[in-house]
Design a protein around this ligand. Structure first.
Ligand code: GLY
Length: 350
């Protein structure tokens, strides 16, 4: 079929390239606004980094020192989640705000956590220092060696696999897997098979691969993550400077995640698995009893300042670079993209 015949076949209001949680949320929001949207994914929708993600909604505890500019955005994103979860089916999303307990594995960690406490105070979300005994009253599975910790009641979680599945269901034939974009410009995408699809706006939401499609500086940051199941090891998210342990309602436990600059490498390594298990069992010894179900590795989209890139770049819209906060930012990124498509004023912080 010739190019112009392909072009006649399909023309949309908006094409979203990438069906991870950011692309899916953007497409869902655009569809709710009445746009004729098509979301394209070269693999399985929701099948790459979003599938590996733990799904923590941790506006402050996931940010690092020096990323203070992100807190305001993160907090706004966390506030948007309850409504977004309702929109897609709260039960399906696995949305819970049970808080996180940040614990020290040793005295060095305790000092680091005291600095976190100071930061939280400056942000107006002070947390009292909990002794080891107080931590164990909250989480009886904690090791007697834990010297203390901090509670972050604002933290919560969703199940990213369930969220993506709900978005894919809601989008129906407006999301297409196995559709690799070979080339794009401001008004069209060309798929690997030669099909050309035109649209009024193109949104690049291709995570760590966004730099191949749009002029944005995004690098892959590898994270290895484990999924286990068995007797309950904790009631709420437990974090240390070396890992996080996220208990799911169905008895599964997610332990993550490494942070590695290894390019586009998604191999699960013995060292990665060992380090995560070592870090988790240091504070929650009953992790030893769990059955290891899955070990995976995925790529976070990192940017030079760890802040997301959501906006217009050379005539394209981009929503990428969410680094450690892709799940947290999905609803607010979708709102921003929908506002840009509608050419509404958007006052964002990211
Ligand atoms: N937000 C979890 C991670 O990046 O590991």
């Amino acid at each position: 079929m010739r190019e112009e015949e392909h072009a006649l076949e399909q023309s949309r209001d908006v094409i979203v390239v990438g069906a991870g949680i950011i692309g899916l949320a953007c497409a869902h929001r655009l569809a709710a606004d009445g746009r004729d949207v098509l979301c394209l994914e070269r693999g399985e929708p929701g099948g790459a980094s979003s599938r590996a993600a733990a799904g923590m909604l941790a506006p402050v505890t996931e940010a690092e020192f020096g990323e203070e500019a992100l807190y305001e955005l993160n907090i706004a994103a966390a506030e948007r989640w309850p409504e977004f979860a309702q929109e897609i089916g709260a039960a399906a999303a696995g949305y819970r705000r049970e808080g996180a307990l940040m614990v020290a594995g040793d005295r060095d960690d305790a000092e680091a956590l005291q600095r976190v406490r100071g930061l939280r105070e400056r942000l107006g979300i002070a947390s009292a220092w909990l002794t080891g005994k107080e931590c164990r009253e909250l989480e009886p599975g904690l090791s007697p060696r834990v010297p203390g910790g901090l509670l972050a009641p604002e933290d919560g979680q969703v199940d990213p696999r369930a969220v993506c599945a709900a978005l894919v269901r809601a989008l129906g034939d407006r999301v297409r897997g196995g559709a690799e974009v070979r080339h794009l410009d401001r008004r069209s995408v060309t798929l690997a098979g030669g099909e050309i699809i035109r649209a009024e706006r193109i949104v690049v939401a291709a995570g760590a691969w966004s730099g191949d499609l749009a002029p944005v500086s995004v690098r892959p940051v590898k994270g290895q993550i484990l999924r286990l199941r068995g007797p309950t090891v904790c009631q709420r998210i437990v974090r240390t400077p070396r890992c996080y342990v996220v208990p799911r309602e169905d008895g599964r436990v997610v332990i993550g995640a490494t942070v590695e600059d290894k390019g586009f490498d998604t191999r699960v390594t013995a060292e990665g698995v060992f380090r995560l298990l070592e870090a988790a069992r240091e504070v929650l010894p009953d992790v030893d009893e769990l059955e290891l179900e899955e070990a995976s590795a995925a790529l976070r989209p990192g940017t030079p300042d760890n802040a997301p890139v959501v906006g217009e770049v050379e005539g394209l819209l981009v929503a990428t670079g969410h680094y450690r906060n892709g799940i947290l930012h999905a609803p607010i990124a979708a709102d921003a993209v929908a506002a840009l498509v509608a050419q509404r004023d958007w006052v964002g912080t990211g």
